[in-house]
Every structure is written in structure tokens, then in C-alpha cells.
Design a protein around this ligand. Structure first.
Ligand SMILES: CC(C)(COP(=O)(O)OP(=O)(O)OC[C@H]1O[C@@H](n2cnc3c(N)ncnc32)[C@H](O)[C@@H]1OP(=O)(O)O)[C@@H](O)C(=O)NCCC(=O)NCCS
Length: 143
């Protein structure tokens, strides 16, 4: 998998990937705005044979960063691609001077929690009703 910064022309593929993985998407308008207008946004994609199979988005306000989303195509999950993408992004934010990164994940999403914990994140607290009907677990990592 080749990792590179996301470009405007990737938005359609990212929306398709999100719909496949989450059955919903941040939406093309939101993503276009992130990629064109938001100086704090950092989005990367993972390509295989010129096809986007993974993406990761975060926002950096040094010394803090907040993960927006990570998704790997279900056909390519559990093959180390998510880890590769996360390590790439963590290395980037560290070089930007980020010291502390946080994210929210659905309480029911045990796979994602295991994924982040494997990468050194720790459970911080619960955010009640963060997803309307579901609580979020807040995870954080010092880097
Ligand atoms: C979470 C996600 C990004 C992980 O990407 P991935 O490429 O599948 O993960 P990796 O192969 O790099 O796995 C690394 C570790 O994460 C953990 N992990 C990943 N998927 C897991 C699963 N389904 N169940 C339990 N642990 C899991 C394991 O500890 C794994 O290490 P191991 O394979 O040596 O046991 C991916 O499964 C995904 O896109 N999930 C759906 C979207 C999502 O939930 N995103 C996060 C919320 S924003």
C-alpha cells in the first residue's frame, strides 16, 4: 500500500469507502472543505493498484491533534494497512510538534479500540450520548 496526502479528486473515492465501511459518510461537502479550506486538516489515503483502500483524517492544532476518521476497506482489513497509515500519521504529527492526540470511538466498536490500544492509546473517559444513541470512549496518546 502506498500512502500519500489526500487530494480533491480523491473525495469521491473516500465517500465510497466511508459508505462501505460505516454505512455513512462525512459527506463530499465536508471533505472538500477539509481539503481546501481547513489549514488544520491533514488527510492521507492508502492506495493499492491506484485504488484507494484506506484513509485517515485528523486535525492539528499544535500541540494537540484530534483524529477525525480512520477506515480500511473491509476486504483489506487485518492486514496491517490501518497500522501503517496510523504510524505514518503519528510520525507526521510528531514532526509538526504535536504532543497529545485524542479521538472518540463508539463504545461498541471493540475492534477499533483494540487497534488504538495496540498503538499506545489509553482510555481517558466516556462521552455520554456522543453519537446520539451511543456513548463514545475517548482515547488519548502522548507522543
Ligand atoms: C480499525 C481499523 C482502521 C483497523 O485497520 P486494520 O488494517 O484492519 O488493522 P491492522 O491490521 O493494522 O490491525 C492492527 C491491530 O488492531 C487490532 N484489530 C484490528 N482489527 C481488529 C478486529 N476486528 N478485532 C480485534 N482487534 C482488531 C489488533 O490488535 C490488530 O493486531 P493483530 O492483527 O496483530 O491482532 C479497520 O478495522 C477499520 O477500518 N474498521 C472500521 C472503521 C472503524 O471502526 N474506524 C475506527 C473508528 S474512527
Amino acid at each position: 500500500m502506498n500512502i500519500r496526502k489526500a487530494r480533491l479528486e480523491d473525495v469521491k473515492s473516500i465517500v465510497m469507502l466511508e459508505n462501505k465501511v460505516f454505512k455513512q459518510s462525512l459527506g463530499p461537502d465536508f471533505l472538500v472543505q477539509e481539503l481546501t479550506d481547513n489549514p488544520f486538516a491533514y488527510y492521507v489515503v492508502g492506495e493499492m493498484n491506484r485504488h484507494i483502500i484506506a484513509y485517515l483524517g485528523l486535525r492539528i492544532v499544535t500541540p494537540d491533534a484530534e483524529m477525525m476518521n480512520v477506515a480500511v476497506d473491509p476486504e483489506h482489513q487485518r492486514q496491517g494497512h490501518g497500522s501503517k497509515l496510523l504510524e505514518y500519521a503519528l510520525d507526521f504529527v510528531m514532526r509538526q510538534g504535536v504532543k497529545h492526540i485524542t479521538l472518540e470511538v463508539r463504545k461498541s466498536n471493540a475492534a477499533a479500540q483494540a487497534f488504538y490500544i495496540k498503538h499506545g492509546f489509553e482510555r481517558s473517559h466516556i462521552r455520554k450520548h456522543y453519537y446520539e444513541s451511543e456513548d463514545a470512549v475517548v482515547l488519548s496518546k502522548e507522543i
